[in-house]
Design a protein around this ligand. Structure first.
Ligand code: AP5
Length: 217
């Protein structure tokens, strides 16, 4: 399956993607995680991306599209993938369509995680991620690690993302409404969008998403 996950910052895309990718046996491709890996390795791409991310802005398409395509070219993505955080504007959505068409493949679904804005703010304020692997995500209240400050999965240190501070979060939400929301209509025109109510326990949301994909119990 080839799936796109969309939703505001803090909606739970990364959290859901981890479960869905495991259940569907496809790789989870998060452009945010790819940028964060580059930042922690100090690559030129990471240095460039960090200034945009810390300001709550999108990293330029020229950089982002190539990085996403390179990742989709890897062998583990040949049978399908779950895209999290990409595409994030109309230019990226069109570039993805062109890329897929060139390969003779297409998307199966776009899952739109719907969460009220006050909940999103609470989720982001309590989020803690692992320094060794930013796909390992916890929450100070909703999804506590067994030992405070330590990742359950790999023992890495948990920290608050630089772009999770209040001003930056406000900017990211603004960018989401202006740049990213229009892709939902773009995909609605292709009859690909399924709206998933994303309030409730993580497992409940996963079940809703799996059912929407025709893989429910
Ligand atoms: P990115 O990393 O993609 O961030 P985002 O889209 O802002 O999304 P978040 O990671 O903030 O939230 P999420 O929806 O994954 O929520 P999570 O599962 O962590 O992008 C960061 C930046 O990178 C962008 O601002 C941009 O600069 C750049 N970038 C990335 N992609 C780009 C692109 N394509 N083009 C240009 N620039 C790009 O959950 C949040 C918290 O809630 C966690 O603590 C979690 O434990 C908790 N939680 C999750 N589900 C539940 C639940 N059901 N109940 C209670 N708590 C829950």
């Amino acid at each position: 399956m080839r799936i796109v996950l969309v939703g505001p910052p803090g909606a739970g895309k990364g959290t859901q993607a981890a479960y869905l990718a495991r259940n569907l046996e496809i790789p989870h491709i998060s452009t945010g995680d790819l940028f964060r890996a580059n930042i922690s390795q100090g690559t030129p791409l990471g240095v460039e991306a960090k200034s945009y991310m810390d300001a709550g802005n999108l990293v330029p398409d020229s950089v982002t599209i190539r990085m996403a395509e390179d990742r989709m070219e890897q062998a583990d993505a040949a049978g399908g993938f779950l895209l999290d955080g990409f595409p994030r504007n109309l230019g990226q959505a069109e570039a993805l369509d062109t890329y897929l068409k060139g390969k003779g493949i297409s998307l199966d679904a776009v899952l739109d995680l719907e969460v009220p804005e006050d909940e999103v703010v609470k989720r982001i304020a309590g989020r803690r991620i692992c320094r060794k692997n930013s796909a390992h995500v916890f929450h100070a209240e909703y999804s506590k690690p067994k030992t405070e400050g330590v990742c359950d999965v790999c023992g890495g240190e948990l920290y608050q993302r630089d772009d999770d501070h209040e001003d930056t979060v406000r900017k990211r939400l603004e960018v989401y409404h202006s740049e990213t929301e229009p892709i939902i209509d773009y995909y609605k025109a292709q009859e690909l969008v399924v709206t998933i109510p994303a309030l409730g326990k993580v497992e409940e949301v996963t079940q809703r998403a799996m059912s929407a994909l025709g893989r429910g119990e």
